[in-house]
Design a binder for this molecule. Structure first.
Ligand code: DGL
Length: 253
């Protein structure tokens, strides 16, 4: 079983990191379009064009399933991808469904393309949330993550300034609608009151992958991974600090 996981950069490693714990006997290909990241500040047409190129590459690698571990690419391009390729393609959306019954308001943070895209407003409409949804674009976080800058003063100040635009007293839930934002869970936690839970879409997306595979997640004993970047083949040494950080961040909610 060959599963390709695609993101504009290193954010999708949060999905891969979890997938490695939930699947066995899978040959994973992780593909990062680092050359063109960030996607979230690009136009819909540009994102469609870039994503199609990457997915074509993964189809050529004979992937049995492709997961778009990128809310931005899913928002802009999933419809075109599914009509262009016959391989199963799993997308990723901000996990607002999980907040449907919390009662309080929800704050969704994502890239500008996701926040302003029709897919998110359609989703909010479809889920028919009782809660009020507030939306916040945080484009700088993607660059910070791509540069491995996770908990500097600058990161913390950026988040504090942005979050302080909201009255948090009615908010119960923060939805991380960008896979790059999983690297900053500790900073979000430090800024937000304890009563605000933090969720992301990683587990929901993996559940969807398993459902699509007929409920099967064990295909053998060991997983293998190859990392590919549009800039060059990625060395595991470059990836390790990201995976280590994600192991710490996954405990925060
Ligand atoms: N990681 C991507 C997401 O989940 C987007 C990052 C970018 O702007 O390239 O939306």
């Amino acid at each position: 079983m060959k599963i390709a996981i695609f993101d504009s950069g290193f954010g999708g490693l949060s999905l891969l990191n979890e997938a490695l714990k939930r699947f066995s006997g899978v040959e994973f290909i992780y593909f990062a379009d680092n050359e063109n990241a960030p996607y979230g500040t690009k136009s819909k047409d540009e994102i469609i064009c870039l994503t199609k190129k990457c997915v074509k590459f993964l189809v050529d690698q004979k992937a049995d399933m492709i997961t778009i571990a990128c809310n931005t690419a899913t928002s802009a391009a999933i419809t075109e991808l599914r009509s262009s390729f016959s391989v199963p393609i799993i997308g990723m959306e901000p996990a607002i469904k999980l907040g449907a019954n919390t009662g309080g308001d929800i704050l969704v943070v994502a890239t500008p393309a996701t926040i302003n895209g029709n897919k998110l407003s359609d989703l909010i409409h479809k889920v028919n949330l009782q809660s009020k949804t507030h939306l916040l674009a945080l484009p700088k976080l993607v660059k910070f993550a791509q540069n491995m800058e996770f908990d500097s003063e600058e990161v913390l100040k950026y988040l504090k300034d942005e979050i302080s635009k909201f009255d948090l007293s009615n908010i119960d839930l923060l939805v991380l609608g960008c896979t790059h934002f999983n690297y900053f869970k500790d900073s979000f936690r430090a800024i937000l009151p304890d009563k605000i839970g933090i969720i992301d879409g990683v587990n929901g997306t993996i559940n969807q992958m398993i459902r699509r595979l007929g409920g099967i997640s064990k295909f053998g004993d060991k997983n293998s991974i190859s990392y590919i970047s549009s800039t060059k083949n990625l060395d595991i040494k470059e990836i390790e600090p990201y995976l280590k950080r994600l192991d710490i961040m996954r405990e925060i909610n």
